[in-house]
Each structure stands twice: as C-alpha cells, then as structure tokens.
Write a protein that binds this ligand. Sequence first.
Ligand SMILES: [Fe+2]
Ligand SMILES: [Fe+2]
Ligand SMILES: [Fe+2]
Length: 493
Amino acid sequence: MVGLKIAVLSDLHVGDPGPIEARRSEIADVLLLRAIHRINRYLHPDLTVLLGDLLDDGQAPEADRWRRTIRETLDLLDTPVVVLPGNHDGDIDAFYRDFPRPPSAFTLNGVRFLVFFDPEEPGWNARRTEQDIRRLAGERRAHAGPLVSLQHVPLFPPGRATCPYNLVNSPEVLRALRGPGISLTLSGHEHKGMQLFRQDRLFFAATPALCEVPFRFWMITIGDDGKDVSVHDERLRMPDELRLFDGHVHTRFAYCGENMVVSRAVSLARDFGLAGLGFAEHSAHLYWNRQDCGRGAYAEPGVRIPAGKHLRAEDYFAAIEPALGPQVVPGLEADLTYAGELVLRPKDRARCRLLLAAVHRLPELQTPNPDLDKAADEFLHIVSRALSAGVDVLAHPFRVFRRSRQPIPEKLYAPTVRLLREHGVAAEINYHTNEPPEAFVRLCLDAGVRLAFGSDSHNLYEVGEFRPHLALLERCGVPPSDLSEILRPGGPG
Ligand SMILES: [Fe+2]
Ligand SMILES: [Fe+2]
Ligand SMILES: [Fe+2]
C-alpha cells in the first residue's frame, strides 16, 4: 500500500515587522498555532513538513527566542514533522539546535523522502551540489515507488512556470529524477506559490507563504496507486465576501482564558477576514472569584450577585471600551441559574449589544450517575426561561452534556428548536471543546431558526476560525450565498 497525505507549510517569516508590508512577520506565531490546531483537529495528515524561512531574520538577536516559540508550537503536532531551513534562517547548525534534524532520506507508506540543503546562488536562486545529484540519482534508481524531493528553493524545468527562482542547474537535477516511479519536487521560497504541474512522471509544486494573505498552506495527497499527486489549498483567513461575524470572543477576564488581549483580538479578526466581532465574557466570572465560579455558586435559583464585588465587571467594560465601534460590539455570555434566570446585573445588561445565554451546569449532571431523562427536563426548563428573557443567542447548545461525558438526549432537539423560533433567538455553532450535532443544525435550518458563528476564543489563534462552521453548513446544503440570510452577520439585530 502506497500513498499518504502531507501538510506542507512554508515561509512563516516569524519576527519583527519588516519593510515588506505583505509579509506579516508580527502575527506569524499566531498563524502557525492556528494552522497546527487545524491540522491536528480536522486534517489528519501522515506527515507535516515545513519548507524553510521559519524566521524572517535568523541572525537577529531575538532569533533564538523565536525559534523556541516555533518549536513549542510544532511540539503540539500529532504527526511526525520535518523542518527545513530557508535562506532567511541563517546558520544551519544554529537552526538545528532548536529543531529536530531530519534524516537525509526516509520512507513513509512506501513514499521515499529526500531532504536537500541547496547552497544559495545570486538572485535568490540555489544550486544542487554534485554530491547531492549523485545521491538523488542513486535513490531514484533504488526505489520503484513515489519519491519526494524536499527543498526550500523551487526545482522545476526552466520555462515551465512563472516562478522567478529555480535551481541554477535544474536540468541536470531533473535528469537524475527520471526513473521508474513518480517523483514530486516540493519547495517553498516563492511566496506566491507555484501551482502543481506535471511533466511525464515528474510533479512540481511550491507552497505559498503562510505569512501572506490569505495565509495559505497545502495538503498534498499522493494517491494509493502511487501514480498521482493532488493539492488541496487551506486558507487561515475566512473569505471576505462572506462578511462573517464572530459573536463569542473572550478576554483576560475569563478564568479559562489563555492569552487574550482585546486590541490583538480585534486586529486579528480583521486579519482573518471577519466583518466584526462581539466580546462575550462569562458573566459569572465577573461577579464571583475563580473558586466560587468553579463550584457553581452562581447557579442557585434566586442567587444574589455579591454586592461590592463588581470591580471585574467595571474593569471588563473599561477594557473593551477603546475597541468598540461599528464592527466591535460589547456583550456577555450570561450564565444561568438552575431556575433559568440570567446571572446579570441590569446595569451590565444595559451595556450589552450582544447577549448570549449559556447552560454550563445542570444539577443532575453534577451527580455521579446522572439520570439523562431528568437532566433533559432540567435543560428544557432552564432554556425555556432563559430564552424568554430577551437574549440574542443560545451559546453552544447541548455542550453541557458533552462536557459531562454524557450522550446528548436527541429528544431535546425539536423542543429546543421550537423555543428558539418562538423567542427569535439564534442557535450558536461553536466548536470550542464541542461538536455541534448536525441533526440539530438541520432542524434549525428547516425551522428558519437563525444561526450564529462563535469561535468561543480563549486563545488568539481561535478568533474567527470558522473552517468547521462553514464545512458543517456546506454539508447541510447551505450555499454560501444564503449564509448572510441564515447568520447574523452584523451581530445582534
Ligand atoms: Fe521566504
Ligand atoms: Fe526564501
Ligand atoms: Fe464562552
């Protein structure tokens, strides 16, 4: 059995902002983190490859720190990883002090991979050494299956692509590549990318730069028969024309928050192609301390919000204030008591232009062996009261069951849809530690219930990551042209 799927990323150019505006060095760490999470959760390749220019300046005083940050992110990958340096990465030995040095050749699923460090030539070209050409020819003769040549500067037949960079001795290298099986040369360096093309049994491609809009990387598949290669383009930026709105972004006031900074969330939302965002902090986190929140002190019916402890609510609204505008709206993710009351001071409610209600706890699910019928009844009781209180969105419907490691009672779908429709509340699509049930989303669509996209960002890389949301609606047969009708693109209203 031959064949495999490779995630290929190139030209991150992590570093300080440089003179070339298109090169978004200053957010490249976030781009990489987002790509790695997308790869792990949705793409599942056999191998991940980075084809050089990880740093914008490998000689900079900060280079060690940047390399370590990248290394920590790559350590999150579920797949094996191969990392190559590019012409911006500086000294190869310094580079490989922070990254695992790949073997010069290895085989995975019947595919032979060869790694090359081609010395630089003028004009941002490169040359393959005589020794490496002999190595390549020997490998090609010895292996009948697919062979992949990995390098930073592209390698292709001169005149066959508009890419201005090549190996200066590419004709000689390509002769060494001809053999019994298919060969693929996989490169980076050309930030625009070089579309996959073939000539006989040779395939050529250069992955576009991750650091340039729309922040692309590629999934490359070598077919099971070992005779074909295909590319799927992944973009971290959402399609601008969809004018997507992220109505669920947290701040540093969430006890579960990681690295949220209001100004950065707003600028990243713009970079990721969103039309706007809504901050939606947990109301209970603003009124209770971490410990009391953890034990659900806010959930007792008729609970009184502790007097004199509203400092965090004041601080939260003060922190988001400078960012607010037509595209950025203030909101809250209101916790609910077991009686379905919103845990919310009237004063804070009046400050919100976007109000989410979220079921984070059910009494029955706090018991060791919960009775799911009872939990379902509690859920409906809480939701029916909360939705009649004038909220805009029901956050992550049913996630409370998943968090308690219980199956979602599917009998809840139809009555929840009825309540949403009756009160004109949108159902949130939310993938943060969650998998929205498709059957429920289909019922919402059939009933004309509006949907809302929420990233539930606790980390900056998550802002506006709507790949799974869009894929879900596509599976449900929603054409992109209908999205604005179904979603609330501008937030509430
Ligand atoms: Fe580059
Ligand atoms: Fe380069
Ligand atoms: Fe949330």
